[in-house]
Design a protein. Structure first.
Length: 768
């Protein structure tokens, strides 16, 4: 059975037809080829011809030509379009014609860097360049190999973490490599957003600074999934101008894309079957019908659960297929992962269940279908995962199975927003004082800072520099800034995956093995006593959190539930940055101080999401300054809502729903956003809804909400009014994070409030 026949099979089975919320039939297209402006070295062209990669697609040729003209290039074309040749060809051309030139490749994961090393060696070595010129440099690189790599490697595959702690602090040992650095490749650039992206932005400025000392000025070549702001992202990450290549010239076999909404169990409460149960059923059906499938799950534990239940189903429906499926996740040994990849590539496996570990560019050959369990947080991730099928130009199938939450359900009812709307914006903030200050300290340790370097580090440079001096971390001497005498190797104390604060060490309580080091804010939300904690694919349960020693003890956990935290929030306004009036409502953007206290948690079944129990907690509050957008509800509208409706319940419901749909417009997770609603806030004197960045200093999310306010309100109204429940449910106004047990909530009041904000009649009158 091919994918078209399988789609028809789903449509004609009465018990399943209602689950197909939308079918998008994406047509095939022919390749568009283009010639290069200048010929390549014959050895390089020979490699490309030998691998069937010549002539080049139009976007590849455009990227190569642009890079060879000396521009920084941002390539934003779909998965499986051959983006990598757009940056590898100019790099290889330079390495072949300049005997000392070097290139640094950065990826967000070690696994992707290692896969790219293999890919480049297979493609270009030894015909074009010696295998010894390529190397990975990460935490797994043996000490015995590092000296050789520093002395002779010309194309190094690494990651931001290693650049931060291994290369830049020891730049004197890397002088040969950095002095001859011609290109820096940033792969999967759309993943560098929020805190991680803000850290990378400062890290790349440190790299440019060190390269400048050695007389180098590298070009940047970036590759990304499609996003809404490629030029802005590239500029924020590097501080440089870019040319964008986004017109895809690769051939495409076409795709049937199904949005699958699990059936309602209780229409009054809008309760649906779990996405994981539906994914299990669909995965087993696809495999049973001979369709090679990769199923994505949002967690490693859930991937295992789907695999086990699908195997049980296949034992009954297609026992000959049971041994042809496997789970795949980051926690497996590298050799086990490579074996599964090879079996998929060779066609010996018909299916696998994975996390986002296989979302990135590891080549696993030709698949017929991809199954996505729950919206993965961004349209870029959806397309990356969907792009894992049809990579050999044949027609393919992708199925997005919705969870019962606002974002997933919005897409089920508005598929046009996904297929026709603009992609989300990737947001980050290099001016974040917590992040910028940390990297300025690292930069000063690498080389003394000069006040003239504001053009590299941005407008906040002087303020952050003065702050470091006041705190005694930097000392000024003859117009230069040096680390204080007691500062030693600051990069080792600063994680680029979090923001500041005291760090907590997680150890295996049985073996004493160090598992991870996390910042204090993350620890309070993920490592509380009783929390189920995931580390490299393995589940642990936290037994003890010692607030004095900052040591967390966890034990291996084989249960079938996960935990969700509950918290309460207090917020005070520090400074208004921007304000406007929309139809009589004051909307403001500003700096706020937030205090969040974790008060409890829920235990929820992995497979059904049923609440199994709750636990109370007493942990210290986490206080931080950040950026918020808030809406001050005018008195006349609040008075109308108070007549027959619950004002507190209405604003609380709007707060939850607004947080739930903001990721439609900004590349972020619900956990990146916090909120507070109150019928009377002391700093505004009005009923007020606050939505804030849940990271100290902010990463641009609140600013984006302020910019797209009306679209945001309209999407929030849609998710509430279109939900079939009577009084509010997890698909519209309930939040899993709510510290008040989702009380009070007034769905009708929320509808009236949003209509009022948008200028629609409320209580028989037109709002201002």
């Amino acid at each position: 059975m091919d994918v078209r026949e399988f789609v028809e099979y789903l449509r004609t089975k009465s018990e399943m037809a209602g689950q197909i919320a939308h079918l998008e039939e994406i047509p095939p297209r022919e390749a568009v080829y283009a010639d290069l402006e200048q010929p390549l070295d014959s050895r390089l062209e020979g490699c490309l011809r030998a691998k069937g990669l010549w002539p080049l697609y139009s976007h590849q040729a455009q990227a190569v030509d642009t890079a060879r003209r000396g521009d920084n290039v941002f390539i934003a074309t779909p998965a499986a379009s051959g983006k990598s040749l757009g940056y590898y060809i100019p790099v290889m051309q330079t390495l072949l014609t300049d005997d000392v030139a070097t290139t640094l490749y950065l990826s967000p994961t070690k696994a992707l860097a290692q896969d790219q090393l293999k890919h480049v060696k297979d493609l270009f070595a030894p015909e074009a360049i010696g295998r010894g010129d390529f190397a990975t440099f990460d935490g797994d690189t043996p000490a015995s190999d590092r000296t050789t790599i520093r002395a002779s490697a010309r194309l190094i595959f690494s990651n931001p973490d290693m650049l931060h702690v291994g290369i830049l602090p020891n730049h004197q040992n890397w002088r040969r490599f950095l002095a001859n650095l011609k290109y820096v490749i940033i792969d999967e650039a759309h993943l560098y957003r929020g805190v991680f992206g803000s850290h990378l932005a400062l890290l790349l400025r440190r790299l440019r600074r060190v390269c400048r000392r050695y007389g180098a000025k590298p070009q940047f070549l970036m590759a990304s999934a499609t996003i809404g702001n490629p030029l802005e992202l590239a500029a924020l990450l590097t501080g440089l101008d870019f040319s964008v290549v986004d017109a895809d010239g690769s051939p495409y076999g076409g795709k049937d894309f199904i949005f699958w909404n699990p059936p309602l169990i209780d229409p009054n409460q809008s309760t649906r079957r779990s996405a994981s149960a539906e994914a299990t059923f669909l995965f087993a059906e696809l495999i049973a019908h001979g369709i090679r499938t990769l199923a994505f799950a949002r967690s490693r534990r859930l991937a295992e659960v789907i695999f086990v239940h699908a195997r049980e189903r296949l034992l009954k429906t297609a026992p000959e297929k049971v041994l042809l499926i496997k789970p795949y996740r980051a926690g497996y040994l590298a050799e086990d992962r490579r074996l599964i990849e090879k079996e998929l590539f060779a066609g010996r496996l018909e299916g696998a269940v994975t996390t986002s570990a296989l979302e990135l560019g590891v080549d696993i050959g030709s698949l017929d279908a991809t199954l996505i369990t729950g919206y993965p947080g961004s349209s870029a991730s959806v397309w990356q995962q969907a792009g894992r099928s049809g990579r050999r130009r044949q027609r393919s199938l992708s199925v997005l199975v919705a969870r019962n939450d606002p974002l997933d359900q919005y897409y089920m009812r508005h598929p046009e927003f996904f297929f026709e709307g603009l992609p989300e914006y990737a947001l980050l903030n290099p001016e974040n004082p917590y992040i910028s200050g940390a990297h300025l300290l690292c930069a000063a340790w690498e080389m003394p800072l000069s006040p003239k370097e504001f053009e590299l580090f941005g407008p906040s440079f002087r303020v952050n520099l003065d702050s470091l001096v006041r705190r005694g971390l930097l000392k000024e001497r003859l117009g230069r800034y040096y680390p204080s005498a007691d500062i030693s190797y600051p990069a080792g104390e600063i994680s680029i995956r979090g923001i500041g604060g005291k760090e907590y060490t997680v150890i295996d309580g049985g073996s004493g093995v160090l598992l991870e080091v996390l910042d204090s804010a993350t620890a309070m939300f993920q490592l509380f006593p009783g929390a189920v904690y995931l580390h490299q694919g393995e589940s642990y349960i936290v037994r003890d959190l010692d607030l004095e020693t900052r040591i967390v003890r966890a034990e291996p956990f084989d249960g079938s539930y996960y935990t969700e935290v509950k918290d309460i929030t207090e917020l005070r306004v520090q400074r208004v940055l921007k304000s406007l009036f929309i139809r009589g409502t004051a909307v403001k953007l500003g700096e706020v101080e937030v205090s969040v206290t974790v008060v409890g948690f829920k235990r929820k079944a992995q497979y059904t999401e049923e609440v199994l129990g709750e636990g109370a907690l007493s942990l210290p509050p986490q206080r931080f300054e950040t950026v918020a957008v808030w809406f001050e509800i005018p008195a006349h509208l609040a008075d109308r809502l108070s007549s027959g409706l619950d004002l507190a319940g209405a604003i609380h419901a709007v707060e939850h729903a607004a947080i739930g749909v903001l990721p439609l417009f900004a590349l972020c997770d619900r956990n990146d956003i916090g909120g507070l609603s109150t019928p009377l806030h002391p700093d505004t004197g009005e009923a007020t809804i606050f939505i804030y960045d849940a990271h100290p200093g902010g990463v641009g999310i609140a600013e984006k909400g302020y910019e797209i306010l009306l679209d945001w309100w309209e999407a929030t109204l849609s998710i509430i009014t279109e939900c079939p429940c009577n009084s509010g449910c997890p698909a519209c106004v309930q939040s899993p994070k709510c510290g008040n047990n989702n009380e009070p909530l007034d769905k009708a009041g929320a509808t009236a409030l949003l209509n009022g904000l948008l200028g629609v009649t409320v209580s028989g009158k037109q709002t201002d």
